[in-house]
Design a protein around this ligand. Structure first.
Ligand SMILES: [Mn+2]
Length: 321
């Protein structure tokens, strides 16, 4: 496990062949965008490169992933993109976890598992790292490469809304937009288009909204029954954790999702000065300062009660109650 710089990454990519690039489990726009952009670039360099197919790449990325079939090459060089630790590999990829030659990532807290690890946590999206690598290799940013990179950067920054967005993020994006990508259509697909099942579930979740503690805490929940009635799957839950924090004045948003009877997965969203991880840690969870998660057991009322009590204590500690 060696940490390396950009030059060494280029050296590895130039000197090897037969690359197999891996995405993380529950793949998002950044891991899929990173993998396909790197694959296109390596092919343009005359290399044999492919993306490992765990059968889980969402259809919504098909504007750059379509016409893709996977075949394991001879003597492959395994590359991980946007994967902070081996437990983030897909179940299908777990058997290769000791065989990674190179990892390219932007997570600040991970457990490096490849022989060579390029980790630049200043990058808002790992696609920014891939962009720098493609540039350093003197490969032209073609339209497919630009579409894939744009997707990763836009999704990891919440369409440039999150605080991880930097001046460099915008400079890179300006360059990508200049490559004739249909960014308006990509944004529509990523941020505005929702399935009817998702909308049904979202509607049901809004119905449960409760605001308490002088408007500082907002809570919503989603039960298995609500999933069923909406005709929704797990993927339709995406984005629902943002519902409670949409309410003006709210400092802590709580979203409870019934995982199974008596077990609730909780998403916490917070605004300064509240640190979500402090609350999540009391239930054995963790995450980021503005977004954390934990699991709480009991009935819905018990789980909600425990969480709200913990949030109330935190608001008091900060002098807000
Ligand atoms: Mn990422």
């Amino acid at each position: 496990m060696e940490k390396i710089g950009l030059q060494k990454v280029c050296e590895i990519l130039r000197s090897r062949d037969n690359f197999v690039i891996f995405t993380h489990h529950k793949p998002d726009g950044d891991t899929v965008g990173s993998a396909f952009a790197l694959m296109f670039a390596l092919r343009d360099l005359g290399k044999c490169a492919t993306v490992f197919d765990s059968g889980d790449i969402p259809k919504k990325y098909d504007y750059f992933t379509k016409d893709f079939t996977f075949e394991m090459p001879q003597n492959p060089t395994f590359v991980a993109v946007d994967i902070a630790s081996a437990d983030m590999l897909t179940p299908a990829a777990q058997r290769y976890k000791g065989d990674f030659h190179l990892s390219i990532d932007h997570h600040a807290h991970g457990t490096p598992f490849a022989k060579y690890n390029y980790i630049n946590s200043a990058a808002a999206a790992n696609c920014e790292n891939i962009y720098e690598i493609i540039n350093a290799l003197n490969i032209e940013i073609t339209t497919p490469i630009a579409s894939a990179l744009y997707t990763g950067i836009a999704t990891d920054t919440g369409c440039f809304m999150y605080s991880n967005t930097t001046p460099l993020t915008h400079l890179i994006t300006a360059e990508l937009i200049g490559r004739k990508i249909d960014f308006a259509e990509i944004n529509r697909k990523m941020f505005e288009s929702k399935s009817p099942a998702h909308i049904n579930l979202e509607k049901a979740a809004w119905q449960t909204l409760e605001i308490s503690h002088n408007g500082l805490i907002a809570t919503v929940f989603v039960t298995r029954e609500m999933f069923e009635e909406a005709g929704a799957g797990e993927e339709d839950f995406e984005g629902l954790a943002s519902i409670p924090r949409c309410v003006d004045g709210v400092k802590i948003g709580i979203t409870l999702k019934e995982a199974e009877k008596g077990v609730y997965k909780c998403s916490l969203r917070s605004y300064p000065p509240i640190d979500s991880t402090v609350i999540a840690a009391q239930f054995g969870g963790g995450g980021h300062i503005r977004a954390a998660g934990c699991t709480v057991k009991g009935t819905l009322e018990q789980a909600k009660g425990q969480l709200i009590f913990a949030c109330e204590q935190e608001l008091k500690k900060q002098g807000l109650l």
